[in-house]
Design a protein around this ligand. Structure first.
Ligand SMILES: Nc1ncnc2c1ncn2[C@@H]1O[C@H](COP(=O)(O)OP(=O)(O)OP(=O)(O)O)[C@@H](O)[C@H]1O
Ligand SMILES: [Mg+2]
Length: 444
């Protein structure tokens, strides 16, 4: 099941919003706590002040049997806004208490301070006092601050989330532009490449890689098109010949001998066509990643001898000698190896100058490759042809292009066989000496 695509913008917005809410929440909680400590300190200072002043007052006026102290306390009660005072004897009897109405009625939000008030003449045990401070206003203030802080946290987080979404959407614009460009690429416009009006550092590697991929796809596509054209071209001539010969044969009555000759010639043509189709099928199998089936280790020089014997007639006909130099024993796909060597030897004999020697050399590299080189002297191949030698249907001599015997697939097959053995190919031509090599990786 295809997983639903997620949005980078939405995901980032949520993540940053939660992060902002957490940070702002912690910050606001800190502010709230610091403010409430400030309030508490102010309340405590106020109560401590009151107690100090009452002590001073008691020093001056608190005498046994003297009511002046109590009178003064009652008078002052009017000024004690938001506060209540209570003074009791040590045995619990009430000594003084602000009457309700004299001071503000206290709500349930109150702060209390207890203290002892000594008689200046120490005639009685100290009075037990209690100040009650109504802190409703402070509580209301703290509630308002809490509301503001919560609101700031929520609004801050929403703003961060929303602005992130907008920023990400804006930031992803080049990506949308690239998607649109990619969307417009068709098989008719494989030469199109992605570009960014304003290069983006993070996207540039992806764009470069995509463009390189497009280059490879375009090349492969063009090769495929050329290959199709080449195949059609290669098939057209022999098919036309076959049709022509058959038509001539049918145009009037023929002797058995004439029919025999035409059929024989047609059969040869059909066999060549069949060989070409088989070669193409082999190449397509190799393209699809077929691997060589390696057998037991064998002497490659011995295989070369067998291939040489197979080509003996052609070698003699061309008036050249064959030399095999060096030997390596390794495991290869014998049938494929023979086919590759046979193709190289066929070319070398055909293109070697009369009386020269065609050499097959075996060598081993330090990185475990066996290199098979077939060398012949003849005409030097110019570099631009050298680089195309392994292309399908490529033949240097255009006059021989329509050759009925050679289709230009031999070296392409050598390259495919090398690839099937995890190897590579190389062609060199200098001073009339042409060396075509293929390497095969030795099994680990
Ligand atoms: N040893 C060589 N010396 C000079 N030219 C060569 C040599 N080997 C190959 N070539 C050139 O490379 C071309 C391609 O070779 P390749 O073996 O692929 O095809 P071919 O020999 O023409 O046909 P096929 O191998 O299918 O019968 C040849 O047509 C020839 O022009
Ligand atoms: Mg060939």
């Amino acid at each position: 099941m295809k997983r639903q695509a997620f949005s980078i913008g939405r995901r980032l917005s949520w993540q940053l919003m939660i992060q902002a809410a957490l940070i702002l929440g912690c910050l606001c909680a800190g502010i709230y706590w610091a403010t409430s400590v400030q309030f508490e300190n102010a309340q405590n200072r106020l109560l401590a002040n009151k107690v100090n002043r009452l002590s001073d007052f008691a020093q001056d006026y608190l005498r046994a049997g003297d009511n002046r102290f109590l009178d003064l306390l009652s008078q002052n009660a009017q000024n004690r806004s938001r506060m209540q005072l209570e003074l009791n004897h040590a045995d619990g009897r009430v000594f003084y208490q602000d009457l309700p109405g004299e001071a503000l009625q206290l709500s349930q939000h109150r702060r209390e301070k207890t203290f002892e008030l000594a008689w200046p003449d120490r005639s009685h045990p100290p009075l037990k006092g209690r100040y009650l401070l109504d802190v409703t206003e402070d509580v209301q203030m703290m509630n308002a601050i809490a509301m503001i802080l919560v609101l700031a946290t929520v609004l801050g987080a929403i703003t961060v989330g929303f602005s992130t979404f907008l920023i990400v959407r804006r930031g992803l614009r080049p990506l949308h532009a690239l998607a649109e460009q990619t969307n417009n690429i068709t098989t008719r416009s494989l030469n199109a490449r992605l570009y960014m009006q304003e290069p983006v550092e993070e996207l540039q590697p992806m764009v470069d890689q995509f463009n390189r991929l497009m280059e490879r796809v375009e090349r492969a596509y063009l090769q495929l098109e050329a290959f199709n054209a080449d195949v059609a071209h290669e098939l057209r001539t022999p098919l036309a010949a076959l049709i022509g010969q058959t038509e001539v044969l049918l145009s009037r009555s023929r002797s058995m001998l004439e029919i025999d000759e035409t059929l024989q010639s047609n059969l040869e043509e059909l066999q060549r066509l069949s060989e070409m189709v088989n070669d193409m099928l082999f190449l397509s199998k190799a393209d699809r990643g077929a691997h060589a089936r390696r057998g037991k280790p064998v002497s490659l020089a011995a295989i070369a001898m067998q291939v040489g014997e197979f080509h003996e007639a052609a070698i003699e006909e061309c008036g050249v000698q064959l030399a095999i130099e060096g030997d390596v024993t390794t495991s290869v796909d014998e049938a494929l190896f023979k086919r590759a060597l046979s193709n190289l030897l066929d070319n070398a004999t055909r293109f070697a100058s009369k009386g020269s020697t065609v050499r097959i050399c075996f060598d081993k590299t330090a990185d475990n490759y066996v290199i098979v080189t077939v060398e012949n002297s003849g005409t030097t191949i110019v570099p631009e042809n050298l680089s195309r030698l392994f292309d399908r249907f490529f033949r240097i001599d255009m006059a021989r292009h329509g050759s009925r015997f050679n289709h230009g697939l031999g070296l392409a097959i050598v390259a495919a066989i090398a690839r099937m053995h995890s190897g590579w190919t190389k062609a060199e031509s200098d001073n009339g000496l042409t060396r075509i090599s293929f390497a095969i990786a030795e099994p680990a």
